[in-house]
Design a protein around this ligand. Structure first.
Ligand code: PRX
Length: 664
């Protein structure tokens, strides 16, 4: 169910304005608002010319395109750089061997144990990628075959991705925090031929077995012929004869060569599939293709992070999410940058883990999520003061709105009151950043993602598709394609159309609400659909509900996001038990565990309220608006409740919520 724009209001009325320093401006890729405005104007008047120039500046093509763009949002069909040929791994590796970067660090890996550090130069990474590409070929993987990857944050993950890209096999990465059953459904959906996994994940000082999840998933995945296993922790695991093979043994094979010719791909050939949550139960396989995605990844990394050759750039995301795909791997490596990759968590062994790493590697550009900032804010400034953060020059934020308090803390304590913060709004579907400041051009307002990047025709519309007025909340849409946008939903063209192009004909619907202020700045207000954002992780309430109702005790479940000071939102489930069953804390624990098993720990509800009835309309639809208001403690005005079948359930729900959470 979606809120309409009259219900959308922004709480943020931020007046502070921060301007970039003159000195940094002179050296930046985009130097001023004047330059930004000129690029923006050009990109709207001549989008094909603008993107053709960027694609030529940033990417090496084996064959130039015939036509820059063909699109129809009604069909929907989007094609960029038609007829163009290239290889992504060539662009991320080979070309840097000839342009003076051969011995430059491409990847710096900091493992969870302090002493676990590996540095790969471009030459070394090239060799590893070629070798693994040859391994994949030997296992029978051919151009177009899908490869699922279920790995922790270890170097084998980007190596596997780039090896897939090298031979033209689309990868589908599944975040290692997902359960066996989530992995299973993703492998089944894309019909992967090979799975790459590891024995375990190291996290917060613990060894969390991973291979048993893969074993469980593979019981029902007949398309998977081989499973490659990386030894990360050395824990005891089961290796299935004939199916499971050790990464290190495959790579040590003398017949495996150090070079592998890159497969020449069409610009519109699929590069990867990445599953993300939507408003229905089943995650969607978002498709990204080769030429447009890579151009967009390189373009946004260069302009938004102002990435330069001697920078150490660190994006703290997990590669299992889109942020890691675009801003740890493809964007920085396409530009020949040095990308730092980190295994672990921000608070272990101590809350200065991130700042210690910044100091250790002299990080220049640092990109993280608001939930991390809020969590570290709570730990106090003594942790930030212990370290020399003076190498930093740009800070970034992604995943959810950054509240002005967290923004100011980040600015003052990490940026020492001087550094620009780029609050970047985008989605799995957009492939790269759409709305964000350019660090040395755009004056900043804490809490606003500021302005659309050149080439991005973002707008706010009302539910009838007409433009919203200044400061009026509405639906955030994009009115024309950009090269990094998704090209489809794997195996489900109907869903692609329905989800993104049906409500507002001729526009891409993001699913987010936003308003635009008098300066044209965007203030993102969060999802308008049944998607919630827990610590920057995107989850569909319908997915969690269907996990809950798959438990034998549950008759019905409704899940909403409850505002949370650190996580942004936390998961709150209303559960109706089957007749005659006792409510108990044990059952709550069992249900939480059940959801962990079905989806993964990130989807486990923090609160489970047992409810005798849910607020339903006479036609049987649950009015989630009411449930959301209850968990937010906004019980004064529920709006129009005249269609409710039994309004009396509301009082019981409020009472139950107070008992559970102590909401006043
Ligand atoms: O609601 C928006 C929120 O995250 C959603 C996209 O989630 P996902 O596909 O997992 O990608 C996350 C990383 C790009 C969006 O629909 N979101 C992301 N960035 C921001 C944001 N909300 C506000 N401000 C942001 N900077």
């Amino acid at each position: 169910m979606c809120a309409n724009e009259t219900q959308i209001e922004s709480l943020m009325q931020e007046e502070r304005l921060f301007r970039p320093s003159r000195k940094d401006q002179m050296k930046a890729h985009v130097k001023s608002m004047k330059e930004y405005k000129a690029y923006y104007k050009e990109s709207m008047e001549d989008p094909e010319g603008f993107w053709a120039r960027r694609a030529e500046e940033l990417i090496t093509w084996n064959k130039k395109w015939r036509k820059v763009l063909r699109w129809d949002f009604n069909d929907p069909k989007i094609e960029w750089f038609i007829g163009g040929k290239l290889n992504v791994s060539y662009n991320c590796l080979d070309r840097h061997l000839e342009n003076g970067r051969r011995n430059k660090a491409a990847l710096i890996w900091q493992g969870e144990p302090e002493e676990d550090v590996k540095v790969y130069t471009y030459q070394m990474l090239h060799t590893e990628v070629c070798r693994f590409a040859n391994v994949l070929k030997k296992l029978g993987v051919k151009k177009g075959d899908r490869v699922s990857i279920y790995l922790p944050m270890i170097p084998e993950l980007p190596i596997a991705m780039l090896a897939c890209a090298r031979i033209g096999a689309p990868h589908s990465i599944v975040f290692a925090g997902f359960s066996a059953s989530s992995l299973e459904s993703r492998i089944q959906d894309c019909k992967a031929k090979v799975l790459i996994t590891a024995d375990a994940v190291l996290r917060s000082g613990r060894t969390i077995p991973l291979k048993p999840n893969a074993d469980q998933a593979l019981k029902n995945c007949p398309t998977v012929e081989k499973c490659v296993v990386v030894k990360r922790a050395g824990n005891e695991i089961n290796m299935e004869e004939g199916r499971d093979l050790w990464w290190h043994e495959l790579m040590a094979d003398e017949s495996i060569k150090d070079t592998c010719e890159p497969e020449i791909m069409d610009a519109e050939d699929m590069l990867f599939i990445l599953y993300t949550s939507g408003s229905t139960g089943k995650p969607k396989g978002v498709i990204h293709t080769t030429g447009g995605y890579l151009t967009y990844a390189a373009h946004t990394t260069q302009w938004v992070f102002d990435l330069k050759d001697d920078d150490v750039y660190w994006c703290t995301a997990d590669i299992g999410w889109i942020t890691g795909h675009t801003y740890i791997v493809y964007g920085p490596l396409a530009l020949g940058g040095t990308s730092l990759m980190f295994e672990g968590v921000p608070t272990w062994p101590a809350p200065d883990r991130f700042w210690k790493i910044v100091e250790k590697f002299k990080v220049n550009i640092f990109y993280t999520a608001p939930t991390v900032i809020r969590a570290l804010m709570r730990e106090g400034v003594e942790w930030t003061q212990k370290h020399d953060l003076s190498t930093l020059r740009i800070l970034g934020s992604v995943g959810e709105p950054i509240n002005p308090e967290a923004w100011m803390w980040y600015h003052e304590n990490i940026g020492k009151g001087k550094l620009p913060i780029v609050d970047t709004w985008w989605q799995t579907e957009t492939g790269g950043i759409l709305i964000a400041p350019l660090p040395y051009a755009t004056p900043l307002k804490p809490g606003s993602a500021t302005l659309p990047l050149p080439g991005v025709d973002a707008a706010i519309v009302r539910s009838d598709g007409t433009p919203a007025k200044k400061n009026e909340g509405g639906y955030l849409v994009v009115k024309r394609p950009w090269p990094g946008m998704l090209r489809g939903v794997f195996g489900d063209p109907e869903r692609f159309k329905k989800q993104y192009f049906d409500r507002f004909p001729g526009m891409y619907e993001s699913g987010d609400g936003a308003r635009r202020d008098e300066d044209g700045y965007f203030w993102i207000m969060g999802r308008l659909d049944d998607v919630i954002n827990v610590s920057g992780h995107r989850l569909g309430t319908a997915e969690i509900e269907s996990a809950l109702v798959s438990h034998p005790s549950v008759a019905e479940a409704a899940v909403v996001g409850m505002p949370h000071p650190v996580k942004g939102q936390t998961i709150y489930a209303y559960v109706t038990l089957k007749a005659g069953l006792e409510e108990s804390d044990d059952l709550r624990a069992e249900l939480r565990n059940h959801v962990r098993k079905i989806i993964g720990p990130i989807a486990s509800p923090e609160y489970i309220q047992f409810a005798v009835g849910l607020p339903k309309t006479r036609s049987g639809k649950i009015m989630r608006r009411i449930l959301r208001k209850i968990v937010a403690g906004e019980t004064e005005d529920f709006g129009d409740t005249s269609t409710l079948a039994d309004p009396s359930v509301i009082e019981d729900l409020i009472k139950g919520n107070k008992e559970l959470t102590g909401n006043k």
